[in-house]
Structure formats: structure tokens, C-alpha cells
Design a protein around this ligand. Sequence first.
Ligand code: HEC
Length: 127
Amino acid sequence: MKKIFQYLMMLTVILMATSCYYDEMPPEAEIVIPEVVSYSKDIQPLWDQDCVSCHKTGATAPDLITANSYLALTKNNKYVIPGNAAASSLHKSLVGDGAAIMPTAGKWSDSKIALVDKWINNGALNN
Ligand code: HEC
């Protein structure tokens, strides 16, 4: 009888320990990628939201505030090589390929990165 009780206790403990199932954190909402990506409407808001706290005038380069970001990114192909997202250091920062991952708080959703990539591959227009 004592054995059965011990057995039931153990079973209870095991059930309790395994019953708390936590789902993974829900992924960030995927965004819809427009046919033509607009730098001012689609891209700059992403910088405003997740980057300018560190990347602003007089702070860490590139300067991503509205007035300066386009030039800061594209001048001398420094961070963006029009038509070639894969070779652009901006893309490498977003995926953490040979560079510190940006934003520092954690990698963006694939769709946000794809949006930036599409803008670059479409010629990195100031549109
Ligand atoms: C908490 C501060 C912080 C935030 C937020 C942040 N960055 Fe950075 N970023 C840095 C620092 C610091 C460096 C330079 C040092 C390093 O490599 O870690 C850097 C470097 C970079 C570089 C240059 C890498 C190179 O090759 O020279 C790029 C491009 C960049 N960040 C883009 C972004 C973008 C885009 C965002 C938003 C999606 C972002 N960062 C958000 C702090 C930040």
C-alpha cells in the first residue's frame, strides 16, 4: 500500500512538472511588403522606431534621423550599395553577418529585413 502511495505521489509530481507548457514568444507581426518601397514612408519610420535613440546626430554613425539618414546611408556606398542588399553593410548589421546585430535589442522579423533589402535592391531610391 505504501508503495502505491509513493508511486502516485511521484506521478503527481511528474505531471505537475510537465504540465506547465509555455508557448514561445509570439513572433513579431509580419509586415506587408509593398510593390514599390518608399524610403520616406516605409523605411524611415523603422529607423525612427528602433534606431535613432542611438543613431542620431553627434552620436553613433550612421546618423539615421530623417534629415540625414538617406545621405548617411548611401554616400560613397558606405552602408548601402544600390541594387545589392547582400553586399551592403546595413543588411549585414540587420542580420548580424560579420557585424554587431542591429537593433541591439534583438534581430528584426524577416519581413522587416526583407523590406529594407527590397528598398536597396530596387535601387535605394530617395522616394
Ligand atoms: C542601443 C543603441 C543602438 C541601437 C538601438 C541601434 N544601434 Fe546600430 N550601432 C550601435 C553601436 C554602438 C554601433 C557601433 C559599434 C558596434 O559595432 O557595436 C552601431 C553600429 C551600427 C552600424 C554600423 C556597422 C558598421 O559596419 O560600421 C549600422 C549600419 C547600424 N548600427 C545600424 C542600426 C540600425 C539600422 C538600427 C535600427 C534597426 C540600429 N543600428 C540600432 C548602437 C545601436
